[in-house]
Design a binder for this molecule. Structure first.
Ligand code: SAM
Length: 483
């Protein structure tokens, strides 16, 4: 008798797999990811990949493997599979502006006598966050950097994410908010090679050296099993991690992070994560576009003088730029579109799920897989502008510039008010020296962004506000997008 194919023999859904509930409970207890409490399909899908790799038939056998004395490596593989590592450089511009203009100058002034700064990026994923901090700290300390002892520690549960972080090599996906001059200032462009067929960007050693990485489970902060991680920190970032945890865990983690701050230190959590409950242990401080936390009793005092403006997207004096003639008719104001705008009625969850999966793959460095998935699903003909936009970003990551342009234009055909698509198209065209077209696209982005309330967070802008995008588009238009 012929054996049925693997995929038929394995439980197709969690409902067919009696061991799934116990496995799920164990996974949530170990990782804190109550995010999966109501996402059985998603978790089962992730687990099934591990079952296939391990050659195991079901969750009962898999749980036995995990609980085996040698199950540590399999836990690490499963944790890497189920964690969501979305990250990119200078994520959430308002917070980086607060770091540049207030938090870091404040700390630098307060620690000037001991010249020591200790920074922790907790839940750092593949390293874009601690490396962005390294870039910022170096920019602020300038020539004085060698006289300071700066520690930037990145920790994460996922060993796979940490391995990528240590390699400090990124695809355009992680650099998607940076224009070419900043990319070249902070990274070296690496040619294509086996395993990296589309080239990559290697962070310059001067920044890479400033960050070290360790595996650390945030839940151990609550149960007391956490390693010491050295003296208290001046600044802790724990962003876009807490959203996956149960409120009880969130409170426990935030409280414990507060206890690891130096007096006068700062804690930044994700822009969507603040909670009034945190005021029991920490002092919230409102800053433009964000909230930060400080140990209770911190004297707020006068902020240290802000240094020269630092805009992650601002180019270094590129050649003069020819404005477009004649200008294109202005696009309509952007519709109040959420993260993705599903067009065909009834397909909303499908588009949202597809987008989530695509971002998950891309954030895990699997942009080629994400690209194939999007091709299989929409094949360049999608009717969802958000999906076409990501199709464009993925194509850029894979060096498929012509397809990227087509996809971004496709997104704009579906939604002429799509600010980020105009902006990314402008950056792409500028890189190719197509200055007039680039200026047209950037001008569209500028005018659309100016038509919105300045604090509006742009759809698919990964936290960028209309004001910030307008500033960047204006800077590129006046000084000229580099060819
Ligand atoms: C969405 S990423 C955020 C990355 C970065 N902080 C940012 O905002 O760009 C969330 C990260 O938290 C990590 N994570 C999830 N659960 C964790 C835990 N229990 N302990 C430590 N890190 C965890 C994941 O592995 C993932 O890399």
């Amino acid at each position: 008798m012929t054996r049925p194919p693997e995929r038929v023999r394995r439980a197709a859904t969690f409902a067919d797999d009696p061991g799934f509930a116990a496995l799920k409970e164990r996974v949530i207890a170990r990782t804190g990811h109550s995010y999966y409490a109501d996402k059985d399909d998603l978790l089962h899908d992730r687990v099934r990949r591990r079952l296939k790799i391990c050659g195991l038939p079901d969750c009962t056998a898999y749980l036995a493997r995990l609980e085996d004395p040698g199950g540590r490596d399999e836990w690490a593989a499963l944790e890497a599979e189920i964690t969501i590592g979305e990250t990119f450089f200078f994520r959430y511009a308002e917070q980086f502006e607060a770091l540049r203009a207030r938090i870091l100058p404040d700390l630098i002034a307060a620690r000037a006598d001991i010249r020591t700064l200790r920074i922790w990026s907790a839940g750092c994923s593949t390293g874009a966050e601690p490396y962005s901090l390294a870039i910022l700290v170096r920019d602020l300390l300038g020539e004085a950097l060698p006289e300071w002892s700066v520690t930037i520690l990145g920790t994460d549960l996922s060993v796979e994410a940490l391995a990528t972080a240590r390699s400090a090599e990124f695809g355009p996906w992680a650099l998607r908010t940076l224009d070419e001059p900043d990319r070249l200032r902070w990274f070296r462009h690496m040619p294509a090679r086996p395993g990296r067929p589309h080239g990559s960007y290697a962070l310059r050693p001067i920044y890479r050296r400033m960050v070290r990485f360790e595996r650390h489970n945030l839940l151990t902060l609550i149960d007391g099993a956490s390693p010491a991680l050295g003296p208290a920190f001046d600044l802790i970032l724990c962003r876009n991690v807490l959203i996956y945890f149960h409120t009880e865990h969130v409170n426990g983690i935030v409280r414990a992070l507060g206890q690891r701050l130096q007096p006068g230190g700062w804690l930044l959590i994700g822009h969507a994560e603040p909670n009034p409950a945190f005021a029991q242990w920490l002092e919230p401080v409102a800053l433009p576009g964000t909230v930060a936390y400080r140990p209770a009793g911190t004297e707020v005092g006068e902020p240290a003088p802000a240094p020269q403006p630092f805009l992650p997207w601002t180019p270094e004096a590129p050649p003069a730029f020819v404005p477009p003639t004649p200008p294109e008719p202005p696009p309509p104001p952007p519709a109040a579109r959420e993260a993705t705008q599903p067009v065909p009625a009834g397909e909303a969850p499908a588009a949202a799920d597809l987008l989530e999966e695509i971002r998950r793959l891309a954030d895990a460095g699997e942009t080629a897989r994400a690209w194939r998935l999007i091709q299989d699903e929409i094949g360049g003909r999608g009717t969802d502008p958000g999906l076409r936009y990501y199709e464009g970003l993925l194509a850029l990551d894979l060096g498929r510039e012509a397809e990227a342009e087509r996809a971004l234009r496709g997104a704009l055909f579906l939604d002429r008010g799509f600010v980020m698509a105009h902006y990314q198209l402008g950056l792409l065209l500028a890189r190719h020296g197509r200055r007039e077209e680039a200026a047209r696209a950037l001008d569209n982005a500028l005018r659309l962004a100016q038509g919105l309330a300045p604090e509006t967070i742009l759809p698919e802008g990964d936290g960028v506000s209309a004001h910030r995008l307008a500033e960047n588009a204006r800077a590129l238009l006046t000084s000229g997008p580099a060819a």
